[in-house]
Design a protein around this ligand. Sequence first.
Ligand code: 2M8
Length: 457
Amino acid sequence: MGDSALDRASAPGGTRADWRTTLLDSAWQVLDANWTGTSTIPSRSLYPHQWSWDAAFIAVGRSWTDQRRAQSELESLFAAQWANGMLPHIVFNPAAPPGSYFPGPDFWDAGRAVGRAGRSGPASSGITQPPIHARAALQVYQRASDTGEARAFLARLFPKLSAQHDYLAGSRDPAGHGLAVIVHPWESGMDNAPIWDDDLELAVPPGVLPPYRRHDLVHADPADRPTAAAYDRFVYLAVTYRDAGYDDSTLLATSPFLVEDPLFNAIWCWSAHALAEIATILGEDPGPHRELAARISADMLAHLWDPASGRFHAWDVRGGRLLRKNTISSLMPLLDPALPAAQLAAISADLASPHFRPDAPGAFPVPSHDLLAPEFDRRRYWRGPVWINTNWLLWHGLRQHGAPRPAAEIAASAVALARLSGWREYFDPFSGEGYGSTDFSWSAALVTDLLRSGTVQ
Ligand code: 2M8
């Protein structure tokens, strides 16, 4: 245990008898300490700006007790949406010290983007992240105490959420598969996952990389973070997209990295269903959103399902091949309510197998990568540790498919990790040790959601 808010909350003298109350109080302290006035940063040290899918998870956590801040979280993010509907993965916080995160606003130079033309707004990055926001907005509405205000919030957000989904369908489908591609591992949210290893085997032309300093290594143990070679390639891919003016009409000609990922598309499908519900609440037509969700579902099955391995895998548009790495992304089609029985059975079996169920007393499911794969690394970022957000997504997926028992176990694992190691960014599946940043917002927000939902007894 380090000097986290949880340690402080449970320190002698400040202790309350009920561990749930202690945990919820300390989660609240973390979120409040990370509040900027309009949004919540993921962590004071490592991530001093607003991140896109983090904001959605944080809004879900806040929705239980602070409707105003939950709404603000999403609305401040959408203030940075581009004219073409692209929702950036980072909205820069003007109060953060210059140079406190790389790559910063100067690197991204979003002003030159074709798709941002005519739009001002806060400085942002030039890439996106998993589109979970419609789902989060719906949950904020459903828990609101002021329903009139919540409806007005939904009405303000609805056209923006629709534009986000239209952007993905219209500009991010160069293969014509009906699925959205990511143009950078950072867009996946699972930045350093082994799925991208083969595609990152690219030669960075000399002189292309700007000189840069990795701030993450100042704030985190290098053993927990991406290697120098991986980071160079991340920067190279970002430079390439930026220098093509972030022009999605030329993706096939310019982008070395084009991947249709199960996690990204399953979340999109789940959110399209939420957007249909939002449309119904607002008296709008839910039809187009339902149709989009049905198309994503059918196209994931047609293009990402691999009968040979019995798993969903990412499709590499450039290489014309499935990327057969068994990460937690392969399990995420559970979020699709229309997932057929055969695929549901295969994912459920994988989850219960030694690939994803640590076979050791007191271990913590669900590792982010196959425990039996050669690349599995119990502490390195997205290559094996447990993350609270992926447990939370699987919890939802399993519950919607009528599997409350495994869902509750996964939720209990997330809560137990927070109790043991505090609000860390990710956790060792065997020992429960926490890694990465401390006082990490989505860990606090989503454990709040799990506890308040009453799943964990
Ligand atoms: C991590 O990603 C950023 C780049 O976007 C980084 O490593 O610097 C990922 O875990 C991502 O999913 C997350 O949104 C972000 C902020 O928490 O950190």
